[in-house]
Design a protein. Structure first.
Length: 293
């Protein structure tokens, strides 16, 4: 949209006629989020609360449309070309539309470097994971937010990095991102109530990129319990005891997309718990993107 037409439409946002406003809103919502700075200028110059509310609603719609566009584009890439970190950042935009992914990438990279300095090729995967756990949970203090477990903030990566608190889903995704940055063959497992991270056979992971790996899990890591390491035998015993069947649904690596679905589901539950039910419809729209991809 050219600047002159955009300015004319924005100026009409003050029009008291709801029919005029409806036509203006419809045109503005066809545009991209790059018009938001102009809308913000209009908001700042306005002294009419009703007009400001109209502008805020349009901005929120444009931001949400951009979030959906980014997620849809991410889902359009082949599985091996999808960065789990980028996917998490796109979901973060739901609550933080002005999020700068570069800031998150820098924090992750600094964390990766501090851990990488302690690793070497002579170490086994078990030894590397033990070092990773020490850095994340002992030195840096990442943990499940037990004092406020239902807070929606537990679902967002930028908040997790700042507060070092998350929920079982966000913590497991974060753990997997860091492990992969360190070139560890880490994949998410849809264990009941809290996802686990499977460390698989390294050679197999090179041959089969992505969580289509089957029955070659070396061991499991529980990021919700400071990275506790568990064997397949222990996991299967727990599943059988609590009648979670079939076993492979809860023991084998699953696609990354499933865990962003789990993240959105936990987000919706958190918002419902704290009374922000107005966000439910938008989260459902994001979930539909994943389920139709």
């Amino acid at each position: 949209m050219d600047k002159t037409r955009l300015e004319a439409l924005i100026n009409l946002l003050d029009d008291p006629d709801e029919t005029v406003f409806g036509m203006v809103e419809k045109e503005l919502l066809k545009t991209k989020d790059d018009i938001i700075p102009e809308l913000e200028k209009k908001w700042e110059a306005s002294f009419d609360e009703h007009s400001q509310q109209r502008i805020e609603n349009i901005i929120q719609h444009l931001q949400f449309k951009e979030t959906k566009r980014r997620i849809k584009k991410w889902l359009g890439h082949p599985a091996e070309g999808r960065s789990l970190l980028n996917g998490f950042c796109h979901v973060d935009r739901f609550q933080y539309p002005d999020l700068n992914p570069l800031n998150i990438q820098v924090k992750i990279e600094n964390l990766r470097k501090s851990i990488w300095l302690e690793l070497n090729n002579s170490l086994t995967l078990l030894e590397k994971v033990t070092i990773l756990n020490h850095f994340l949970f002992n030195i840096n203090g990442f943990a499940i937010n037990l004092s406020n477990p239902h807070s929606p903030q537990n679902c967002f990566l930028n908040q997790l990095l700042d507060t070092k608190k998350g929920n079982p889903v966000s913590m497991s995704i974060f753990y997997t991102i860091v492990a992969r940055q360190l070139e560890m063959p880490a994949y998410l497992v849809d264990f009941p109530k809290n996802p686990l991270v499977a460390i698989v056979d390294a050679e197999l992971a090179q041959k089969v990129h992505g969580p289509s790996v089957s029955s070659d899990v070396l061991f499991y890591v529980n990021p919700s319990n400071k990275g506790a390491i568990t064997s397949r035998k222990e996991i299967e015993y727990h599943l059988k005891k609590h009648e979670y069947l079939p076993l492979h649904d809860y023991t084998e690596p699953k696609p990354d997309t499933l865990f962003l679905v789990r993240l959105l589901e936990s987000m919706m539950e958190a918002y419902q718990t704290v009374g922000f039910t107005d966000k439910e419809d938008k989260i459902k729209q994001l979930l539909r993107l994943f389920k139709t991809a």
